[in-house]
Design a protein around this ligand. Structure first.
Ligand SMILES: Cc1cc2nc3c(=O)[nH]c(=O)nc-3n(C[C@H](O)[C@H](O)[C@H](O)COP(=O)(O)OP(=O)(O)OC[C@H]3O[C@@H](n4cnc5c(N)ncnc54)[C@H](O)[C@@H]3O)c2cc1C
Ligand SMILES: NC(=O)c1ccc[n+]([C@@H]2O[C@H](COP(=O)([O-])OP(=O)(O)OC[C@H]3O[C@@H](n4cnc5c(N)ncnc54)[C@H](O)[C@@H]3O)[C@@H](O)[C@H]2O)c1
Ligand code: SF4
Ligand code: FES
Length: 816
């Protein structure tokens, strides 16, 4: 009887054992488990694995064994015959058979071609030399890992998603990596120029080198590659060349079988090719003129095809809008839809070079059609859902650009998750909505990330949505959530901020390198998120012995100046309390004239900003100014803004200027988890805007109100009242205690507004209520401040340090 049943089953053969094809088979098995006798041919000698995660394997974040999606048993358990390591070479459409390179033939009733793509290899002279590879499969990944053990210099040709992920992985493997890109900025297929340049800067901070506008002409070397030549006559050395210049759909079988083939194998909305009973899907298929290179659309195709094969009614596949995210730890980049502002569109942009945030929305006819996010990609899923829905965003454009304000409903991550619409897509790769995750937790009893993944597939592909899925798990499951729903501070570690600080203290760790080693960082070199934060935590915990690691700081903090859009810098001398004198002004004017400073401007914090300064002029200017640094660049005390107070104003009740100058002198040079701004107003009219500052002082009759946790930036937040004190000494003592408490408790990168919002003002008050503890905090603040020198005094006096400001010769190319 069983045999009878088997005989009745139709034969489905699939060529290609990759991500798209196997996902379609999974759907089919759910819809019609007994409809087909399934045979799969796969050219690679592996079961189906997550190709996307090869980037993580290369970067040291996962093992090959961790990325298997369907293990050998899965095929057995589902009655599938898998021929792994068999490349199909021929389709006989008359006999309805396929034959592999190893001579194995299989008959089909229905044939599914899911052969994916190959890496496009530039046809350069010498491209067949040893050490020239693409990045597509496990073998390429293993070759790169092996090569890094023997060789040092790697070139990646192509600064797209794949090239940058390959380059990051090779850096982690200890190689010296240069990305050669043909365009004027990287990721030009996903980003506009502004975001591309910010990304390049960030990756340069991580140690990646770039050669832009370079067209390769030949691979140099005898048997093995030794370099790359360019059409402009220059060359660069290389022991390994990885080509990441795009992909080519694998259509050879289709061509041989006389199917209609253009760039890909042409299919209709039901994934049918030009030949009856032959289907194609995935990267090898061309639908409505488009071939895709990301999994989300391929999975959508799979869902339609599975229904078709199961004989169920289904709407056809209508094409997809895609979104991408770069999987390089420490860099948040998101792009969706039309980033390129097509004709008839308008765009809205926000750029904050200080915090490294850039956002762009592209609109057409009141609809959102594209988005680019850099530095803050939290709204990516929401914007993508809006793009896909095609809904009108009239009147909401700016709110969408800037995100929800802190403090208002929707400010915290939990609030944001709660406010998400049910149909908002949480996992872009697998098209899983918030409602589907809610259903998995509430109705299907999932209590861990793994269970949600098994149930919905969310987080099972690129993993980029993991934090959102974990957040929703906590939201829906509350205390029933099994996982430690905790995020490491970055992709290099699973430890969160508190665990790291506790371990540094407990084990007496003293350097960034030692901390990363001992605490088992997955990436030995760390990234731009963890290195500066560890540098901060170590300095905060061991103020007397820790030597600041300049290389763990961002450019602005390394050069003690703010880098501007055009690559020049700014000079902001410290002017205590915003009070200056004619002689000081004369000196500043003379220096500005002497060095041809193109722009002199008052900052929002009442200081003078000399803008457009060349890097090499910085030490000379500071030498001539002979004034302390205004620290207008780093995560430090910036300014103390003051009003004229009782000295001149008829409403003033206290000396706001004197108080402001005292506070600025007390805390200048203070580093912190994020920038810190203070203000002192002489009466409740609050002309210095004290109630949107990190620490704001407002004079009242007979005393001072002390306000904390304000912010006047993107996420405007009014302060909370901390306390009221009587004397100036008390103001200083409370300010020191509050700021040191923030230094010790907050997460690196967290403004006081976010920290106070997160822990609550009552917890802050409680932490500072004991006079003894306030004194101790003040003591620790002084110990720290007494050891921090003025950076420019040091640089001006030290010839070795001055050398860092000399112009750098364009490196990496040698003339023939
Ligand atoms: C390093 C890397 C990172 C990526 N990261 C992302 C990402 O973050 N997000 C994203 O959405 N996408 C990403 N992608 C792209 C994604 O992996 C692909 O879109 C997806 O794998 C395509 O699925 P597919 O089944 O069409 O092709 P594949 O997964 O390539 O599968 C095709 C399979 O068919 C086999 N095959 C080919 N010809 C034959 C034949 N004649 N006989 C037998 N077998 C054959 C191939 O060997 C291969 O195993 C990444 C790709 C790479 C390489
Ligand atoms: N995070 C992700 O989503 C992710 C990661 C890796 C790969 N992928 C996918 O894998 C596929 C392959 O990625 P890719 O980056 O190779 O393809 P791509 O086409 O996206 O990018 C190739 C880049 O190489 C550049 N280029 C082309 N010719 C060049 C030349 N001669 N010299 C120097 N640069 C040149 C192009 O300007 C382009 O920016 C894509 O479909 C991509 O979407 C996605
Ligand atoms: S805050 Fe009060 S004291 Fe200061 S300038 Fe305004 S009105 Fe005068
Ligand atoms: S967004 Fe890629 S796995 Fe969810």
């Amino acid at each position: 009887m069983e045999r009878e049943m088997e005989r009745k089953k139709k034969k489905l053969v699939m060529v290609g054992n990759g991500m798209a094809g196997v996902r379609a088979i999974e759907h089919l098995l759910k819809l019609a488990p007994d409809a087909y006798e399934i045979t799969i041919f796969g050219a690679e000698p592996h079961p189906n694995y997550n190709r996307i995660m090869l980037s993580s394997v290369l970067a040291g974040g996962a093992d090959i064994k961790d990325i298997v999606l369907n293990d050998w048993d899965w095929y057995k358990d589902n009655g599938i015959c898998l021929h792994a390591g068999h490349r199909v070479e021929r389709i006989d459409t008359v006999r309805r058979t396929v034959t592999s390179d190893k001579g194995l033939t299989a008959e089909y009733d229905s044939l599914l071609i899911a052969t994916g793509s190959d890496a496009f290899m530039l046809p350069l002279p010498g491209a067949d030399k040893e050490g020239v590879i693409g990045f597509r499969d496990i073998k390429d990944c293993e070759t790169m890992m092996e090569t890094s053990k023997k060789y040092k210099k790697a070139i990646v040709i192509g600064g797209g998603l794949l090239g940058l992920e390959a380059a990051r992985g090779l850096l982690n493997l200890g190689m010296d990596v240069t990305v050669v890109h043909i365009n004027s900025y990287i990721m030009n297929r996903e980003l506009d120029q502004a975001a591309g340049l910010m990304l390049q800067k960030e990756l340069e901070e991580q140690g990646m080198k770039f050669l832009l506008r370079k067209n390769s002409s030949a691979i140099i070397g005898k048997k093995r590659v030794t370099g790359l030549a360019f059409t402009d006559g220059t060359e660069a050395e290389a022991d390994l060349i990885v080509m990441a210049v795009g992909i080519r759909p694998n259509v050879a079988l289709g061509v041989k079988a006389n199917l209609e083939v253009k760039r890909g194998i042409v299919v209709n909305d039901f994934l049918e090719t030009s030949e009856e009973n032959i289907y194609a899907l995935g990267e090898c298929a061309e639908h409505r003129g488009i071939t895709y290179g990301l999994v989300a659309p391929l999975y959508e195709q799979g869902a339609v095809l599975a229904k078709r094969l199961a004989g169920l009614e289904t709407a056809g596949y209508a094409g997809s809008v895609t979104s991408t995210k770069l999987k390089v730890s420490g860099v948040d980049v998101y792009s969706a839809g039309r980033y390129d502002e097509p004709e008839g569109s308008r765009s809205l942009k926000y750029q904050d070079e200080l915090d490294g945030v850039y956002k762009k929305l592209v609109l057409r006819d009141d609809k959102l059609i594209g988005a680019v996010l850099f530095g803050d990609t939290g709204d990516g899923a929401k914007l993508f859902s809006i793009i896909k829905s095609g809904e009108s965003v009239k009147g909401r454009e700016k709110e969408l650009l800037l995100g929800a304000p802190l403090g208002a409903a929707g400010g915290s991550q939990d609030d944001r998750l709660a406010a998400m619409a049910d149909d908002e897509i949480v996992c872009g790769c697998n098209g899983v909505t918030k409602a589907a995750i809610g259903d998995a937790v509430v109705n299907k009893g999932c209590t861990s990330l793994g269970e949600i993944k098994a149930c919905t597939k969310a987080s099972g592909s690129c993993g980029g949505c993991k934090p959102l899925v974990e957040g929703l798990l906590t939201l829906y499951a509350g205390d029933n959530a099994k996982t430690a729903v905790k995020e490491g501070i970055c992709g290099c570690t699973t430890l969160d901020r508190d665990e790291i600080v506790a371990e540094i203290k407990r084990m007496g760790l003293k350097t960034v390198k030692e901390t990363m080693n001992v605490l088992g960082w997955s990436n030995a070199e760390g990234c731009t998120k963890c290195r500066p934060s560890l540098n901060y935590y170590l300095g905060m915990l061991w103020p007397e012995e820790y030597a600041d690691e300049k290389e763990s700081r961002f450019t602005n903090e390394r050069y003690h100046a703010n880098i501007q859009k055009d690559g020049t810098y700014s000079v902001v001398p410290r002017i205590y309390g915003g009070v200056t004198s004619p002689s000081e002004l004369k000196k500043i004017a003379e220096v500005a004239e002497k060095f041809d400073v193109p722009l002199v401007k008052f900052t929002g914090g009442q200081r003078l900003d000399l803008l457009g300064v060349k890097k090499e002029d910085l030490p000379k200017m500071w030498e001539e100014l002979d004034m302390p640094s205004g620290h207008a660049y780093g995560k430090m005390l910036r300014t103390v803004k003051t009003c004229v107070g009782s000295t001149f104003c008829r409403f003033g009740t206290q000396d706001a200027i004197g108080m402001g100058i005292r506070l600025e002198k007390e805390f200048e040079r203070m580093n912190a988890p994020a920038k810190v701004k203070l203000a002192v107003s002489g009466c409740p009219r609050n002309c210095a805007e004290s109630t949107i500052k990190d620490f704001g002082v407002v004079a009242i009759d007979g005393g001072w109100e002390l306000h904390v946790g304000g912010n006047g930036g993107v996420h405007v937040r009014a302060t909370d009242l901390l306390c009221v004190v009587k004397t100036e000494d008390e103001v200083v003592e409370w300010a020191a205690a509050f700021l040191q408490y923030y230094r010790e408790e907050a997460t690196w990168g967290e403004r006081t507004s976010q920290w106070v919002e997160r822990v609550g003002i009552e917890a802050v008050k409680k932490g500072l209520e004991s006079a003894e503890e306030r004194k101790a905090l003040y003591g620790r603040m002084r110990t720290t401040l007494d050891r921090i020198p003025d950076p420019w005094k040091e640089i001006v006096a030290e010839p070795e340090l001055r050398k860092n400001f000399e112009p750098i010769a364009a490196a990496q190319t040698v003339s023939p």
